[in-house]
Design a protein around this ligand. Structure first.
Ligand code: SF4
Ligand code: SF4
Length: 202
C-alpha cells in the first residue's frame, strides 16, 4: 500500500510514522483470521491504546499500513483517528480507498477533507486511479466535479470511469464489473453503467 499518488507524492516508507493513539484500522476493517466483521472493534484492541496481542499478530494485521503512515506528505489532519477515516491505495488498481468510521458516517463530507479528496480525484483520474469512499459497504465515487453514489460495492467488483466527449462538455461513464473466475483465469462482466454529465472543467 505504498504506491505514489499524484498530489500527495513525497518520500515513502523511509520515514514511516507511528500509529500513536490511533487504532481505527482495528475497527473499520474485517479480520479474516478471527472472523471479525468490518465496522466493529476487534476484541484484541484497546481503542486509543493499541493491540493486546501485538507480538502475535495475524499476518493480515502485520502486513497492514495505512497511507497516513507511509506517506509523510499526507498532512497530520489525515491521521485516521482525527479524520475518522482510513486511506489506503489498492494494491492492484492503485485506487485510493477511503474507509470511514461507521460511528462518524459523514466524516468524509467535512472540510478540508472533502475538498482534498476532490483534489486527489482531479490529479489521479487521468492515470485511471479513482477515489472511492466506503461507509460500510456503501460506496461513493469522488469525481473531479461531483460525487456519484455507487451503492453496495463488493471486493469482487471493479469500477471504471471514462470521460466521453460531447458537445456540452461530455460526460463521465461509470461502469461496475463483476469479477468471475474462469478456467483461463478471470473475466469481467458488466454489472451496471451510468452517465454523469461533466459539471465543470475538470
Ligand atoms: S489506521 Fe493507520 S495510523 Fe491508525 S492504527 Fe491503523 S495503521 Fe496505524
Ligand atoms: S489483532 Fe490487533 S492489530 Fe489486528 S485488528 Fe485486532 S487489535 Fe488490531
Amino acid at each position: 500500500m505504498t504506491a505514489i499518488v499524484s498530489g500527495l507524492s513525497g518520500p515513502l516508507a523511509a520515514s514511516r510514522r507511528e500509529c500513536g493513539g490511533c487504532t481505527l484500522c482495528c475497527k473499520v476493517y474485517n479480520v479474516v483470521a478471527f472472523g471479525k466483521p468490518a465496522g466493529k472493534w476487534c476484541s484484541h484492541c484497546a481503542p486509543g491504546r493499541g493491540c493486546n496481542i501485538h507480538d502475535n499478530l495475524p499476518a493480515e494485521c502485520a502486513a497492514f499500513d495505512c497511507l497516513w503512515k507511509t506517506m509523510p506528505a499526507l498532512p497530520m489532519h489525515w491521521k485516521p483517528d482525527q479524520a475518522k477515516m482510513v486511506l489506503t491505495v489498492h494494491p492492484q488498481t492503485n485506487n485510493i480507498q477511503v474507509v470511514v468510521d461507521p460511528g462518524q458516517k459523514s466524516a468524509w463530507t467535512r472540510q478540508p477533507y472533502h475538498g482534498q479528496l476532490r483534489s486527489l480525484a482531479k490529479s489521479n483520474m487521468a492515470k485511471g486511479h479513482l477515489v472511492i469512499v466506503f461507509v460500510g459497504e456503501m460506496a461513493t465515487l469522488i469525481l473531479p466535479d461531483q460525487d456519484v453514489q455507487l451503492g453496495v460495492l463488493t471486493l469482487e467488483q471493479v469500477v471504471s470511469v471514462t470521460l466521453e466527449a460531447g458537445p456540452s462538455g461530455g460526460a463521465y461513464e461509470v461502469k461496475i464489473f463483476n469479477r468471475r473466475a474462469t478456467a483461463g483465469g478471470q473475466t469481467l462482466e458488466l454489472a451496471s453503467a451510468s452517465l454523469h454529465p461533466v459539471r465543470s472543467a475538470a
